[in-house]
Ligand binder design. Sequence first.
Ligand SMILES: *Cc1c(COP(=O)(O)O)cnc(C)c1O
Length: 239
Amino acid sequence: MTASFDSPQACVNLARVQSRIDLATAHAGRQRADVSLLAVSKLQSADKIEALYAAGQRAFGENYVQEGVDKIAEFAANPRYADIVWHLIGPLQSNKTRVVAESFHWVQSVDRLKIAQRLSAQRPAHLPPLNVCIQVNVSAEASKSGCPPDEALALMVAASALPQLSVRGLMGMPQPGIGEQATQQQFLMLTELYAAARSKITSVDTLSIGMSDDLEIAVACGSTMLRIGTALFGARPAA
Ligand SMILES: *Cc1c(COP(=O)(O)O)cnc(C)c1O
C-alpha cells in the first residue's frame, strides 16, 4: 500500500472489499443485503474518510473516544456529511460515557451494565435511542475486553429495559493469529448466542464479527456487520 490515498484508491479498495463480501455471501448461500460494511477509520485522517465517503461508504467506526468525538464534530460542521453513521468500537471507560452518548450513533463495546445505564441516562432526549451491541470476550484472553459469554444474554436483557438504548446485538473479536478453525470456533460461539438473543429481544438484528483478515470466515458464520479497517484504508499509522 502506498502512502497516497486519493479518491481512485479509495474506490478500488472499497470495490475489492465489496467483491470479497459478494463472493463470501454467495458462497455461504446468504443474501448480500444481509451483510453491512463498517469502515474502521481509527488513526486514519479526515481526508481518507472523505475519500471513502466519496466512494460511497457511510458507516465509520472509531476506537478511541477523543479521536472519534473530534472527527464527529469536524464532519458535523459540513452538512454534506450529515448521513455518516458513527460507531464506537473501542473500549469505553465509565468517565467517558457522556461525550459518547452525545455524539455517536452506535456503541459496539458495551461490556457491563454500569456502562449501559450511564449511556442511557446521558443520551440527550432529543436524539433517538443509542444503538448498542454487547461486546463478548470469546477468546478468554485476560487482556481482552468484553463480557464473559455466559453473562451476555442477561446483560442484553437488562440493557434492553433502558429507555434511551436500542440493543442491536453482539460484537466480538477472535484472538489474533490462531488459525482458521479456531477463529471459526470463536465466531460460532457468538453465532449461537446471537440466535438465542434474537429469540428473546425483538430489537436484535446485528452480529458484528469479521475484520480484514477473517471476513470470509465471519460471513460463513452468520456475520451481519463486518468491521474492516486495513483492507479499506491500507495500513494504520502507529497509535
Ligand atoms: C481495528 C479494529 C478493526 C479493524 O481491523 P482490520 O484488521 O484493520 O480490518 C475491527 N474491529 C475492532 C474492534 C478493531 O479495533
